[in-house]
Design a protein around this ligand. Structure first.
Ligand code: NAP
Length: 237
């Protein structure tokens, strides 16, 4: 989900390189999603862009039913779609909280809910949820975002226990500061302050998050489930 730009875009491209047929989900950025499809198909891969607002329970159901009817199975679900609406807790509006919760938290429920039956029938599946170090350690100014990303970890752990008996692994990847449109909005002062906390001394690349996702989706990771892999240049340890 959310594969029109940033980390999701790179996950789609990396998974296609590994041979996956990729559904490039987006919400509003149709042209960008088509660019991702073009990049994948020009490299010899197979992909299709499909619009769906993951925060809409019914739309998520229709979206997944359409994919199943045409492709017959869904082997890998990567819940990547996410937004920020940062602000200090004392000044955070209800709308700011609800907007972030509806995409980052409920969106993951919606997608897992509708894909779980499919994967259980297949007796095979991989679910990879994109959390964040903010969800593991908190971050001032991100009360809403951190809450949703901690929630993603909780959903990952419960789903791993519940779906494991059907040969479905469920893991999370928690990135630190990654160069994407989401972090491009930070001021130079914020960027420098963030960088000072990263022992590896640089921002991560979307490719470096995508590599962890591709590993968790691979046969080599068949016995890894209920884990959170942190990709943050040692920032949070
Ligand atoms: P980004 O560049 O802002 O991209 C966000 C993606 O999510 C876009 O493709 C967007 O598609 C999609 N999206 C947003 N709302 C959606 C909705 N309701 N339904 C479907 N898709 C939706 O963000 P990013 O930096 O790549 O982040 C990707 C994920 O990594 C997020 O979950 C984020 O929280 C997490 N993360 C990022 C960082 C970082 O440093 N960048 C760090 C930790 C975690 P449209 O444009 O079509 O709406």
């Amino acid at each position: 989900t959310g594969a029109s730009r940033g980390i999701g875009r790179q996950i789609a491209i990396s998974m296609a390189k590994e041979g996956a047929v990729v559904i490039v989900n987006y919400n509003g950025s149709a042209a960008k999603a088509e660019d991702v499809v073009k990049e994948i198909t020009e490299a010899g891969g197979q992909a299709e862009a499909v619009q769906c607002n993951v925060s809409d329970y019914s739309a998520a159901e229709v979206f997944l039913k359409d994919i199943i009817s045409r492709y017959k199975r869904i082997d890998i679900l990567v819940n990547n779609a996410g937004i920020t609406k940062d602000g200090l807790l004392a000044r955070m509006s209800e709308a700011q909280f609800d907007a972030v919760a509806s995409v980052n938290f409920k969106g993951v429920f919606n997608m897992c809910r509708h894909v779980s039956g499919v994967m259980m029938r297949q007796k095979h599946g991989r679910i990879i949820n994109i959390s964040s170090v903010a969800g593991l350690y908190g971050n001032p100014g991100q009360f809403n975002y951190s809450a949703t990303k901690a929630g993603v970890v909780g959903m990952t752990l419960s789903a791993a226990k519940e779906l494991g008996p059907r040969n479905i692994t469920v893991n999370a990847v928690a990135p630190g500061f990654i160069e994407t449109p989401m972090t491009a909005v930070l001021t130079e002062t914020q960027r420098e302050a963030a960088l000072a906390t990263v022992p590896l001394g640089r921002y991560g690349k979307p490719e470096e998050v995508a590599a962890a996702v591709a590993f968790l989706a691979s046969d080599d990771a068949a016995y890894i489930s209920g884990q959170v892999i942190v990709v943050d240049g040692a920032m949070s340890m």
